[in-house]
Design a binder for this molecule. Structure first.
Ligand code: GAR
Length: 201
C-alpha cells in the first residue's frame, strides 16, 4: 500500500482505527478509551509505548487493547514503526503524553494524521525538554497568569505543527507544578477526545 493512501481515505472508512502513543500514567489514554468505547466510527486499536513499566500498559491490558513496545534504535532508524502501524491498519495516531520526537518517515506516512496534546499554550513553553512538570515549572517561574492546553498536528519540529484547539485556565498565585498539572489535566480530559471526534467526523 502506498503511504499516502492512509492519509487521504480514512474519512470514508467505516471505522477509524486509532493508535494512542503514550509513555506515562496514561490518564489521557484512559479518557479517550472510555469516550470511544462502543463507538462505531472510532476504534482505539493500539497502544504504543516506549516504557516497559508505564501505567498506560495496565490500562491497555484491562481494555484488551494490543500493545506495541518501542525499541529506541528501531524507532529512530528505518520504518519499522510505520510498518507496524500499517500492519495494524491504523489511520490516525494520537500522542497522549509521548515524549520522543516523531521521526520523519512516520510523519511522511501519516500526513496530518498525527496529533499531539501539549500542556501549555503553544507557541510558548514548547520545544525539546518542555514536557510535563517542566512546562508547569516554567509557567509558574515566569509569573504567568494563564496557562492551558494545545492540541495540534505533528510535523518534523517539536510542538510546531498546525494548531487545532486551545483551552485556557488560570494560574493561581499559590500554584505548584502539581496543582497546575491537575488543572491542566482536567482541561485535557474534557477536550481531547471530543476534538479527536471532531477531526475524524
Ligand atoms: C499530559 O499532560 C500531556 O499534555 C503531556 O504529558 C501528560 C501526560 O499525562 N505531554 C507533554 O508534555 C508533551 N510535550 P497522562 O500520561 O496522564 O495522559
Amino acid at each position: 500500500m502506498k503511504a499516502d493512501t492512509i492519509g487521504t481515505n480514512f474519512l470514508k472508512d467505516k471505522s477509524t482505527r486509532v493508535a494512542i502513543f503514550a509513555s506515562g500514567a496514561g490518564s489521557n489514554a484512559q479518557k479517550i478509551i472510555d469516550y470511544f468505547a462502543g463507538d462505531d466510527k472510532i476504534n482505539i486499536s493500539l497502544i504504543v509505548c516506549n516504557k516497559p513499566n508505564a501505567c498506560v500498559l495496565k490500562i491497555a491490558a484491562f481494555h484488551n487493547i494490543p500493545v506495541v513496545l518501542l525499541e529506541k534504535e528501531l524507532f529512530f532508524k528505518g520504518d519499522a514503526c510505520v510498518r507496524t502501524l500499517k500492519e495494524n491498519n491504523i489511520h490516525l495516531v494520537v500522542l497522549a503524553g509521548f515524549l520522543w520526537k516523531i521521526p520523519f518517515p512516520l510523519i511522511a506516512a501519516y500526513p496530518n494524521k498525527i496529533i499531539n496534546i501539549h500542556p501549555a499554550l503553544l507557541p510558548k513553553y514548547g520545544g525539546k525538554g518542555m514536557y510535563g512538570h517542566h512546562v508547569h515549572q516554567a509557567v509558574i517561574a515566569n509569573g504567568e497568569k494563564e496557562s492551558g492546553i494545545t492540541i495540534h498536528y505533528v510535523n518534523e519540529h517539536f510542538d510546531e505543527g498546525e494548531q487545532i484547539f486551545q483551552a485556557t485556565c488560570p494560574v493561581m498565585p499559590d500554584d505548584t507544578p502539581e496543582t497546575l498539572a491537575d488543572r491542566i489535566h482536567q482541561l485535557e480530559h474534557a477536550h481531547f477526545a471530543p476534538i479527536i471526534a471532531s477531526i475524524v467526523m
